[in-house]
Ligand binder design. Structure first.
Ligand code: NAD
Length: 523
């Protein structure tokens, strides 16, 4: 990256001091983005932002007070008074320009992701590209937000529906996709005519400011997109703020439930996506090499910190006997290191507390009697000894009553459960409270079709381990993986970020004069 580019990024992020290397930025401050610029005010509280690969604090992030949240919401509210009147043509142009800028700067965005989240460069670029697809979908707002029209519903009476924005919408997002998950929300919300306040994860906050600058460069008026950094204090103020109409949340299940209950109690429209425990069934007829590739990729990609990661492999019949040696072979070759290192396949976990919690689950699994086939607890990454690394861990003989089966571990820990039949497998999956993603591996089309029909999970893969829907479908789990009625982005996203108004219209005609207290009937 050129030094000019690095300087640009530092300016964009609101860092107070300059450094020659973006990845060695101790004592830098990330501030809120309000009214089209990084705030210059000193915050009352700050959080620490780590480089997970080195274990060092590399920046501090402002943690908003309720008053600072109010400032951002007020800016969004003021902007909404004019933004809702901006034509579809102008909104579309801005979205196209933003799309071009994200594409152009994808390597800088990816670099920020690796710096603060730890994911490897290729994975970070993949995240940006999945986010880009949602921006591209939002570029089609002219077609997406069309209403309906019925002529002559009654004699010379027409009826039609129009989709209008809600006003100010808030987005609260998790640490594991600092670029993509916010992009599931704000491009579509803004294209629909809303203004937006984003509260990103305080653990990897820089990407939000970077994208805020790109939106401004794309021509978005000040106040249409704002970022408040913070923790529960900021979230609680967003949940109760009278000028916020709707909230999109993505994060863990307990917080998703809290957001849904509190937000709806305060009269807001809420969609709250929660945690996951994704199963992958392997039937005995499956291509075992393909299934082993898929299980290892989907289990350990992004160090298992994906809501669509496979965490339970349900091996039917004798499938486990064939699969486990193939998986061990692949696990043994995985390169775990600093995400910037060439060839790195898996990076560190987000912070020390989470790394230790995940390692604690491995201890628990051993104590519960599961067979630990691959143990990543002893992994040391040369030159990165203080990083938050944990190697890939694989358990066999995991039972549904074990804690390692029940809890979302959110790390590189994959459990294999052995069942005798397909029916046992589907019963196990449908009995699990989480229902985000699921996959089946088989060469039997009939079995796959039966599975897609019977499984009670929101997103299903057939020989595809991470079935994240395209941007023109919607993303969402069932049961404890989503609170609310509508999934996120895609057609459901348009419904979520607009409300319909039905108009019945008759142009004055002398024939209709005269008082008539009877109920209007269609004729
Ligand atoms: P998290 O629930 O801890 O945090 C999510 C957001 O909520 C953050 O912005 C955080 O600041 C805020 N928050 C945290 N505690 C809060 C509290 N007590 N009150 C109010 N707000 C609070 O989640 P995380 O650890 O950042 O992310 C990982 C989780 O997100 C996993 O459970 C993962 O499965 C889930 N996730 C789900 C999806 C999905 O689409 N279903 C996608 C990505 C991540």
């Amino acid at each position: 990256m050129s030094s000019r580019c690095q300087a640009e990024i530092r300016t964009v992020l609101g860092f107070e001091q300059c450094d020659t290397r973006i990845d060695l930025m101790a004592d830098k401050t990330i501030n809120h983005w309000i009214d089209g610029k990084a705030s210059e005010k000193t915050a009352e509280r700050y959080g620490e932002v780590y480089n997970p690969a080195t274990g060092e604090v590399q920046a501090k992030v402002a943690l908003a007070t309720p008053a600072q949240v109010d400032e951002a919401v007020e800016s969004a509210w003021q902007a909404s008074q004019s933004w809702r009147h901006v034509s579809i043509a102008k909104r579309t142009k801005i979205m196209f320009a933003f799309r071009q800028l994200v594409d152009k700067h994808q390597h800088e965005i990816a670099r920020l992701l690796t710096l603060e989240h730890g994911k490897v460069t290729a994975d970070a670029l993949g995240e940006v590209n999945r986010g880009l697809e949602v921006i591209e979908f939002a570029c089609g707002i002219a077609d997406l937000a069309k209403g309906e029209y019925s002529e002559n519903v009654s004699t010379e009476v027409d009826s039609y529906s129009i989709r209008q924005p809600l006003g100010v919408v808030a987005g609260i997002t998790p640490f594991n996709f600092p670029a993509m998950v916010p992009m599931w929300m704000y491009p579509l919300a803004i294209a629909c005519g809303n203004t937006f306040v984003l509260k990103p994860s305080e653990r990897d906050p820089s990407c939000a400011n970077f994208c805020a600058q790109l939106l401004a460069d794309a021509g978005l008026p000040p106040g249409v997109f704002n970022v408040v950094h913070g923790d529960k204090v900021a979230v609680d103020r967003l949940l109760e703020h009278p000028k916020i109409s709707a909230i999109s949340f993505v994060g863990s299940t307990p917080i998703a439930q809290y957001i849904y209950e509190t937000g709806t109690r305060n009269g807001k429209r809420v969609q709250a996506l929660g945690g996951a425990k994704n199963h992958m069934i392997v039937l005995p007829d499956a291509d075992m090499e393909l299934a082993a590739d898929a299980a290892v990729s989907a289990g350990y990609g992004s160090a298992g910190e994906r809501c669509m990661a496979i965490s339970v492999l349900v091996a039917v019949g004798n499938a486990a006997d064939k699969l486990i040696p193939l998986m061990q072979e692949r696990i043994g070759k995985l390169k775990v290191s600093d995400g910037f290192e060439a060839g790195a396949e898996m990076g560190p976990l987000i912070n020390k507390a989470h790394r230790d919690k995940v390692a604690g689950y491995v201890d628990k699994g051993v104590a519960e009697g599961a067979t630990l086939v691959a143990d990543g607890r002893t992994l040391r990454v040369p030159g990165r000894e203080a990083g938050f690394f944990l190697g890939p861990c694989l358990f066999d003989n995991v039972k549904p009553n074990m804690q390692i089966y029940k809890d979302e571990i959110f790390g590189p820990v994959l459990s294999v459960t052995r069942v005798a039949t397909y029916d046992d497998a589907i019963q196990m999956i449908n009995g699990n409270p989480y229902a985000n993603g699921v996959a089946i591996f088989t060469n039997d089309g009939g079995a796959a079709r039966k599975f897609q029909h019977e499984v009670e999970v929101g997103m299903v893969g057939i020989n595809v381990p991470i079935p994240v829907p395209m941007s023109y479908y919607s993303f969402g789990g069932w049961k404890a993986s989503l609170f609310g009625d509508l999934h996120i982005y895609g057609p459901d996203g348009v419904k979520f970020y607009t409300r319909t108004k039905a108009v019945t219209s008759r142009w004055p005609d002398p024939r209709h004069r005269g008082v008539n207290l009877g109920f209007p009937t269609n004729n």
